[in-house]
Design a protein around this ligand. Sequence first.
Ligand SMILES: [Zn+2]
Ligand SMILES: [Zn+2]
Ligand SMILES: [Zn+2]
Length: 523
Amino acid sequence: MNCMFNHSSEKVMKQPSAASKVDQQQQPEDSTEGDRENPEQLSGTVKTLSKFSSDPIKTDSSDFLNKVFQNNKENGEVKQVHKISLFPSSAPRSDEKTDSEGSFLSRATVIKRPAEDSFEDETSKKQKPSTPTRLLPKSVLNPPTTVQERMRYLKNAHESLKSKLRNKDDQYCVNLAVKLELEAAKSTTSKNVYERALKIAIYKIRSEDSPQGTPSSSESSQPVSKIDDPDWVIPKLSKLMAPKNKLKRNSFILQIPPPYDGHLSKKVMQCSHCGDDFILGEQMLHDDKCVYHPERPKLTKQVALTNSRYNNSYNTRTYPCCNTTIDDATAGCATLKHHVYKLEDPIEMHHKIPFIFTADRNVDYLAVGLDCEMGWTSFGFELIRVTVVDFFTEEKILDTIVQPLGKMIDLNTKFSGVSEITDSNSVSFKKMRDLLFNVINRQTIIIGHGLENDMNVLRLIHTKIIDTSILYSTHYDPKRKDPLRLLVSNFLNRKIQSGEHDSMEDALACIHIIKHKILERYT
Ligand SMILES: [Zn+2]
Ligand SMILES: [Zn+2]
Ligand SMILES: [Zn+2]
């Protein structure tokens, strides 16, 4: 089957002990290349071959091990077997890595395989049912990364496929994972390109329970339109990402702020609703009665009640919440028990709820739309809902109400769309992050409008950002950005936010603007 291997095993059985190796080194004129292979070196070979080749070799190697074991037992050298253990209890030293990889590569090119591509269809499975593909990376001439790394990516790919293709058996997912990993590894020598190619390939396999589901083999999931093809879209999305200086200018936090050394509780704050001053540490101690208008005044046309034939209409400012003009209005039409505030200083924000970098778990999504809703609590302006939508399928991949860390003062329902937070309809802030990091990682491109607000309430440091308010706002001043509603109306000729604020609607609107812009520019 494999002449090189058999050759080595014969030699080992002839010279199983370390002593014979010394003899052999003293007589170099007798030895050939194969003769010099001692059991220690061979144990490396066995490990590598069994790890990176298909079953027949493994069978050979276990037969071989049995033979060696028998041989050694007869010679009273049972100890020797430990050196040839298939799965050594201790991990290989790091300096052994290059060696084992090197030998893997050189040997792997000699080994004859039935086919390089391991993906088996139904017919070939029937022909050789005894040799199912195992979850191991196939050899390639110039691999983009180490075999250990490839193994890790392959395992992740297998996990992703299993959760996507719940109706398929495990062997199907193993075959597909091995096939996709091999294609990605053969396509490039760059680790980054390999990683992205594999992610895109897995991404293209539609999950079976998705409404837009297509038959789940990579051949039949060819995208219908270019905008559905990650290979075509992702490079264009990368070009739309905001550079770091722009993120900074727009109040994104790009590094963990230093520790706060003041006394936040003694700080005098100005109420974001009514403008009154209050001491932060006393905000919740007594009922202050914050009287305010929930909505900002808008310019409206008033018609003067005169008998004149001339048009006596004039512009004035009116509160939409209670429909009273700014001149007639009282201090407010709504009342809260406590004043509210918003922390603006990153150091203070970090002190209340710490910032963290996006985690780097294995995730399925390359680009997402994201929108958060906030409410007023004793901790400031806090996250109460987060919604994440997949850029390609436009499916909701995360939508959860989040329990605030501070005491709730105002749910802001008219704007947040959240009318109550109970234990049964919400998750903790910590759990929210866990759920979020299952769908986005550091490489995921996040799309949204005014995303600094979302990132800052999530306390998330993330640099792959496409922000429609940075890209398409007509104002240069970050404080005067065009509202999303206006961009949607201008670019998509559509009306949004007519009722209560819906984070799904907003996240999707941003995705649609970006898709529109990409198609407009590149097709
Ligand atoms: Zn009002
Ligand atoms: Zn107030
Ligand atoms: Zn929103």
